[in-house]
Design a protein around this ligand. Structure first.
Ligand code: XIL
Length: 319
């Protein structure tokens, strides 16, 4: 455990948050909390496909540059999220008409333009997000429909060409939720490595729940680390109301269970080889800005008033 007086910036690995640019601009406490506690930032939405590339020949980097400039000014690493996904797609991509060469050209220029724009400022990318189904097979995304399963290889190759120094991740959810998903992802990544595709890490979203169970978390983290690649817990939050009970307010007991879950996950992560630790990023900062807020849920280490919850101490106790 770390001494009193430290912040989560002082953890032995990067501690990140998904941050919302609108909140950064309008909520001083929100911005202050980012500065105080986090050493890595991911854009909650500002670097998604629809945000950055709203029309075929139009890119909008305004919000993303605000975030990246802020991060650099405050000494924080930036993790890019996400180049290719089947969600947050703008209409022009959903409706894109073209044969294989046209799709490939569009795909390549999307990836290349964005990665080059942030070259040297964004340390790592979720090149691919949520490409797998629960059986561990590739989903039939719009990209796969037009480019074939090889779209994954191509995305990494194009991103690597655009910024050879950036660490490239395949990001997905549910590694801790059943075996087939995780095993499918790991096998796929190993095959990519065998083919010399430039992939450097596995992003585990880790949208989990207080009672998922230590053995699920252990298997997810240890089996992913056994690949020898970088491991990023990329979107951690720990639900205390997974069944979505209306009007749910967490008891002290439930918050203690949540703190224990945070402790377990940070401890497991702290035990993997240092060289593979890209960091742990929570999805949002506080229970007030959580994407699960309306469930209602309280999944983060800070409460709706930006104050530390028991989970904060759970994190400190884990490392
Ligand atoms: C979510 C954001 O938090 C929401 O604000 C947005 O409306 C939808 O996307 N997995 C991901 C993230 O990879 O990009 C998602 O973020 C949460 C689930």
């Amino acid at each position: 455990a770390l001494d009193e007086g430290v912040t989560l910036k002082d953890l032995p690995f990067k501690f990140g948050a998904a941050v919302n640019v609108n909140h950064m601009k309008s909520r001083p406490e929100y911005k202050a909390l980012i500065i105080k506690e986090y050493s890595s930032l991911t854009a909650e939405n500002a670097m998604k496909i629809g945000a950055l590339h709203p029309a075929k020949d139009t890119y909008n980097f305004t919000d993303a540059d605000y975030l990246v400039d802020f991060a650099i000014a405050n000494g924080k690493r930036v993790h890019g999220h996400t180049l290719i996904w089947d969600s947050s797609l703008p209409a022009w991509i959903k409706n894109f008409q073209g044969d294989y060469p046209a799709w490939k050209k569009m795909f390549e220029s999307h990836i290349t333009t964005i990665v080059k724009h942030f070259k040297g400022r964004v340390a790592s990318w979720d090149v691919i997000n949520e490409a797998f189904d629960d059986s561990g097979n590739l989903q039939n995304t719009i990209w796969r429909q037009h480019l074939g399963p090889n779209y994954i290889d191509m995305a990494f190759i194009f991103a690597h060409r655009a910024d050879p120094a950036a660490k490239l991740f395949i990001n997905d959810y549910g590694h801790e939720n059943g075996n087939s998903r995780r095993e499918g992802i790991i096998a796929y990544v190993k095959a990519l490595r065998t083919k010399k595709v430039p992939i450097h890490g596995i992003g585990m979203q880790f949208h989990t729940r207080y009672n998922r169970g230590t053995s699920s978390w252990t298997k997810a983290i240890n089996e992913t680390a056994a690949t020898g690649l970088l491991v990023h817990i990329s979107e951690l939050d720990i639900s205390v109301n997974p069944d979505g009970v209306k009007g749910y307010v967490p008891t002290a007991e439930r918050l203690a269970q949540q703190a224990d879950a945070y402790k377990t996950i940070f401890k497991l992560y702290n035990a993997i080889p240092k060289a593979q630790q890209w960091g742990i990023t929570t999805w949002n900062l506080t229970d007030n800005d959580s994407h699960l807020k309306s469930r209602p849920d309280y999944p983060l280490p800070f409460d709706t008033n930006y104050q530390k919850k028991p989970a904060y101490q759970g994190i400190l106790d884990g490392v």
